[in-house]
Write a protein that binds this ligand. Structure first.
Ligand code: MCA
Length: 462
């Protein structure tokens, strides 16, 4: 079954039911479907057909959903691009994905004029690609993980069943739709369960409480930064929100056990933590009905096999795992062993089967739920005439979890504010190092590899 047929459970069978709240307006599933059909015809009239790529760089808005549904219906491969990316970051994705069209706010007015809405779409098998999701490795340039209709379908079926999502749920979605968390989990659980979703342009901690009190959601997905922000909620508001909520889920970065504990005291709910990746969608989740164990990510989801190799790395296999990297056979070969995907995350497993993430094989930094690949920032810094060498490492941060800090070796003096300015111009804001530290040389091992743990040790106060 492809995603179009799966989504029809709600789009056709619940046509008159309220599906979506966006900017104060309500839309039924029938209206959401009709919008998707019109968008599909608009894309088709621009020459897009099955297998073509559509890049979309938009903040959360209803048209982002129209575009995703249109792609699903046509068999066009949806390629979401982070709106915080600068030209340097976006151009790599565009040259790699070779889309027929890039949609930004500018292209939207044209696409919205279509009135044709016949449901005459091609037959698609479940193993057809549905999306390319760009994610970096340790090598710098990002790669497109090829996620199929089957990948998304199995992920959604798992989450709807395991987290007991039904059409009675009220789902508040404030995460960015250009990432798998909101798109693969959020939009898919919404359409498969037939619940009512209120979509926000973004999570704003100043107005979050009001959104909760006004919408009275039963279901909410957040990254740890969001939960840290919600700890600022006034106790009486938190109690009111907790009273109507059913389930808070956290993912995309490790949730500190203390945050889980403080949140439970304030809201009266134990956040359910789960573990996934762009390449694999969701792998492991704490149980809805059983013990949600602080500091762990829980148990493998149905159909997902998990093993830990001799070095402690997590390998996964299952219908959720992507088909490989777009046009990158070398990277695909390197990531898979006998059908197992090597996640790069390190974990331990308790006697009763709960997994605890203990670290990462790569030096990936996760800030506010956004992934940062130090290599990309280091390469940019080393392109600067005054910089000889650069190493970017994670520093703990109370709200964002981690933030990047740059250690640099200079050939000629330069103001740190000038380096920061250049980073801001060329890199997404969350990648800009919070500090630049000038050092004499980078510690290296006998093979010349930079020893980042030694920088960290040298810099941390004794
Ligand atoms: C963040 N910023 C944004 C957005 N999000 N700008 C526009 N639209 C957004 N959606 C920028 C702000 O301009 C600001 O930039 C900085 O980020 C922090 O903003 P602030 O208002 O201080 O927000 P916050 O309270 O710190 O919260 C940030 C956030 C955001 C809302 C939690 O980080 C976020 O939405 N994170 C979610 C990322 C996500 O969905 N990841 C899933 C990846 P400046 O720094 O210049 O001031 S998928 C994944 O990891 C796997 C599959 C998984 O398991 O889920």
């Amino acid at each position: 079954m492809n995603l179009r047929q799966l989504f029809d459970i709600s789009l056709k069978n619940r046509a008159d039911q309220i599906a979506l709240e966006w900017e104060g307006r309500e839309y039924t599933f029938g209206e959401v479907d009709a919008r998707g059909n019109r968008m599909a015809h608009a894309l088709r009239s621009r020459g897009l057909a099955q297998g073509d790529r559509l890049c979309v760089q938009l903040a959360n808005r209803i048209e982002m959903i129209d575009l995703f549904l249109a792609c699903v219906k046509l068999g066009v491969i949806f390629v979401p691009v982070n709106i915080l990316y600068r030209e340097r970051e976006t151009s790599h994705i565009l040259s790699d994905a070779e889309p027929k069209l890039l949609v930004t706010e500018r292209e939207l007015p044209d696409l919205l004029s279509s009135t044709e809405q016949a449901r005459d779409f091609p037959a698609l098998d479940g193993d057809a690609p549905a999306a390319l999701v760009y994610t970096s490795g340790t090598t710098g340039a990002s790669k497109g993980a090829v996620l199929t209709h089957n990948n998304f379908a199995s992920n959604a079926a798992n989450l709807v069943a395991c987290w007991q999502i039904t059409d009675r749920d009220r789902f508040l979605l404030a995460l960015p739709l250009f990432h798998v968390h909101a798109l693969g989990n959020g939009v898919h659980c919404w359409l498969v369960s037939g619940c009512r979703m209120r979509l926000l342009e973004r999570f704003e901690h100043q107005s979050a409480t009001q959104q909760f009190l006004d919408f009275k959601p039963t279901l909410f997905f957040g990254v740890p930064t969001v939960y840290v922000r919600l700890l600022e909620t006034r106790p009486e508001d938190a109690r009111a929100i907790g009273g109507t909520m059913r389930l808070f889920v956290s993912g995309s970065a490790p949730l500190p056990a203390q945050v889980l504990e403080d949140f439970r005291k304030l809201f009266g709910h134990t956040i359910l933590e789960r573990y996934g990746m762009s390449e694999t969608l969701m792998n492991i989740s704490n149980p809805y009905a059983g013990e949600r164990r602080a500091g762990t990510v829980g148990l493998p989801l149905p159909g997902v096999s998990v093993r830990i190799d001799e070095s402690g790395e997590v390998w996964v296999k299952g219908p959720n795992v992507c088909a490989g990297y777009w046009k990158r056979e070398d990277a695909t070969r390197a990531a898979f062993v006998d059908g197992w995907f090597k996640t790069g995350d390190l974990a331990t497993r308790s006697e009763d089967g709960y997994y605890t993430l203990t670290g990462r094989r790569s030096d990936l930094i996760i800030s506010g739920g956004f992934n940062i690949y130090p290599r990309e920032i280091e390469e940019f810094l080393m392109e600067q005439a005054e910089v000889d060498e650069a190493a970017v490492i994670a520093e703990p941060h109370p709200v964002r979890g981690e933030v990047p800090v740059a250690y640099i070796v200079l050939s000629v003096p330069v103001e740190m504010s000038e380096l920061e300015r250049r980073c801001r111009e060329k890199l997404a804001s969350f990648k800009v190092p919070r500090r630049f530290e000038v050092i004499d040389k980078l510690p290296r091992n006998a093979l010349g590899k930079v020893q980042k743990h030694l920088i960290r040790r040298a810099q941390s106060p004794a």
